[in-house]
Design a protein. Structure first.
Length: 563
């Protein structure tokens, strides 16, 4: 049986090249490359760039070295990050999606195995670059940038591994041992910190080489994410109830992490040049990318041409509708009443993020930057057509004419937004003693939700929001604000875990709509999640097939320990 180490790390640089040529359109000019041997791959500047494209390719590859079907940010990762109180699964017909969406995942779940494999392949590709590119005779400045981009991506892939599984093996050279054990969290995060810090200090403010690439502030943003996560996990004794030394945060110096977080957040806020764009929803459409890049510090790029890598929209996001006529999705993912309760109607984010279905509408539409977007119908009194509306598709006919399949989306998925940074800055300030400024930053995010595109602020709406959203406990208010702003972007799961609230939140989810509230129509769909959830499910299981090959891989507590 082929697994991560036996299948991924033994791949030669030549095989890496074969996959690298399948990179996203925006990441590299589309050309036909001849086969290059492993020895030749790391001898020219052009091939170094090609190898780097292979590291980026992991983000949205349709398959990774023949394994998986959109295993990471094209589809699979969105499901792995969905646990919490924002999303209710509804009518999911595919068992691979359903087992993740219902929190029924175990060590044999395909999406879990594909993510494990894909992230390690990305790390191995980065390792080849980090080791071999420094010897290439090329422009020294660009050579250093390539190496630091690879380090940033290696750190990012490891960060997601640590968020999902905790302890993981740490291959730092190409073709590392096939029998490496999982390493303790302090070692894992030391490697992540080293890579991200190096990129933060040495990459330029913007990546001028290729549109959409990572930069200094991307690295800083993920360092900020890492420090807030570690400090929170230590303060909230995350995982201690499991009674296992695996994935312990006892080693973390929370005070030092909060100070580092505050310093980095201040630097990004003051000097990065990113901003909160208006309107809010321009972050989530394919036809507003020129605006999106002013707020999004990292995106997963998609598009027609070359390898045709896409966001599998129909399986995940957007209003339910007809995939072929109005750009609707399957409606597998619906909002919860608990999410709707966080909003007041004066908050324009509610009207965008929560909406009715598209139904069969093919006549009522809005034009945005020349593209036609069909409008959701009114929400039924029962709430039966309640949908997540954050990500929306343009007219399928227009996309098809561009070579984009009807089921696919050319939306650039926002991995890291400036709004997230502002809220993390507020959290770090609060934790280091400045609640007043922290509250001002939260209000800054809210202001966008009641400011028109001409910059006119609706003071009445802002006052209503501030009044309704205020909580004496600032952290409770902040977590709610993060959900209002960042819902279905993959952060709620991490926020609930790091603050020690996942068990409480899942336990309090309603499974009966006894009051007939239209926003709780899908409450019964939460019952399988409540039944399947156990505290140990804050960690994903180490895939069974990996442990069958590598006997040194331990399992996370709660899952089947024997092979």
């Amino acid at each position: 049986m082929k697994t991560f180490y036996s299948k991924a790390l033994k791949y030669t640089a030549a095989l890496l090249l074969c996959t690298a040529t399948a990179g996203c359109t925006s990441f590299l000019d589309e050309k036909t490359y001849s086969f290059v041997s492993g020895d030749d791959l790391y001898t020219t500047a052009a091939n170094a760039e090609l190898a780097l494209t292979g590291v980026y390719d992991i983000l949205n590859a349709g398959a990774i070295q023949g394994t998986g079907n959109q295993p990471l940010w094209g589809r699979g990762m969105h499901y792995l990050m969905m646990l919490g109180d924002e999303i209710a699964p509804n009518g999911i017909s595919d068992p691979h999606h359903q087992i993740i969406a219902s929190c029924g995942y175990n060590e044999e779940a395909d999406f879990v195995s594909m993510a494990w494999f894909g992230l390690f392949v990305g790390i191995d590709r980065a390792n080849h670059i980090i080791q071999k590119v420094p010897a290439i005779d090329m422009d020294p400045k660009r050579r250093d940038e390539i190496v630091n981009e690879a380090k940033l991506l290696r750190g990012l892939y490891r960060l997601y591994q640590a968020w999902l599984w905790g302890e993981v093996p740490l291959p730092n050279t190409p073709n590392s041992s096939a029998e490496a054990p999982r390493e303790p969290l302090d070692k894992v995060y030391a490697c992540i910190e080293e890579d991200l810090d190096k990129a933060y200090k040495e990459l330029p403010d913007r990546n001028s080489n290729v549109n959409g690439r990572v930069n200094k502030w991307t690295a800083g943003g993920y360092l900020l994410k890492m420090y807030t996560y570690l400090a929170s996990c230590k303060e909230n004794r995350v995982g201690q109830e499991l009674g296992s030394p695996t994935n312990s945060f006892d080693w973390v110096d929370a005070e030092a992490c909060w100070k580092k977080a505050a310093a980095i957040a201040e630097d990004i806020y003051a000097h990065s040049g990113y901003k909160l764009i208006k309107p809010y929803h321009y972050n989530f459409l394919a036809d507003t990318k020129s605006s999106q890049k002013e707020e999004c510090m990292m995106v997963v790029q998609t598009g027609a041409g070359g390898s045709n890598e896409y966001f599998l929209f129909a399986y995940w996001a957007g209003p339910q509708g007809n995939v072929g006529t109005n750009g609707g999705g399957y409606g597998w993912i619906r909002p919860t009443g608990e999410l709707s309760d966080k909003y007041v109607t004066e908050d324009s984010r509610m009207g965008w993020n929560l909406c009715g279905s598209l139904g069969n509408n093919v006549t009522d539409y809005t034009t945005i930057n020349g593209a036609k977007y069909f409008s959701p119908v009114a929400l039924y009194a029962s709430g039966a057509n309640l949908c997540h509306g954050k990500f929306r598709q343009s007219d399928p006919a227009a996309r098809t004419s561009q070579g984009i399949p009807t089921w696919a989306s050319n939306i650039d998925f926002p991995m890291l937004r400036f709004a997230d940074i502002v809220l993390l800055y507020a959290e770090a300030l609060y934790k280091t003693g400045d609640e007043s400024l922290a509250r001002e930053l939260v209000e800054e995010v809210r202001k966008r939700a009641c400011t028109d595109t001409d910059g006119k602020l609706d003071e009445s709406a802002l006052n209503a929001m501030n009044s309704a959203y205020y909580k004496t406990d600032f952290m409770e208010e902040l977590l709610d604000e993060r959900s209002r702003e960042l819902c279905v972007e993959g952060w709620r799961r991490i926020d609930l875990i790091r603050t020690g609230k996942m068990t409480e939140v899942i336990g309090n989810m309603k499974t009966v709509n006894d009051a007939g509230n239209k926003y709780y129509y899908f409450a019964p769909q939460m019952e399988p999640i409540k039944n399947n959830y156990k505290p140990y499910k804050i960690w994903m299981p180490v895939p069974k097939r990996e442990r069958e090959v590598n006997k040194n891989l331990s399992q996370n507590p709660g899952y089947t320990q024997t092979i």
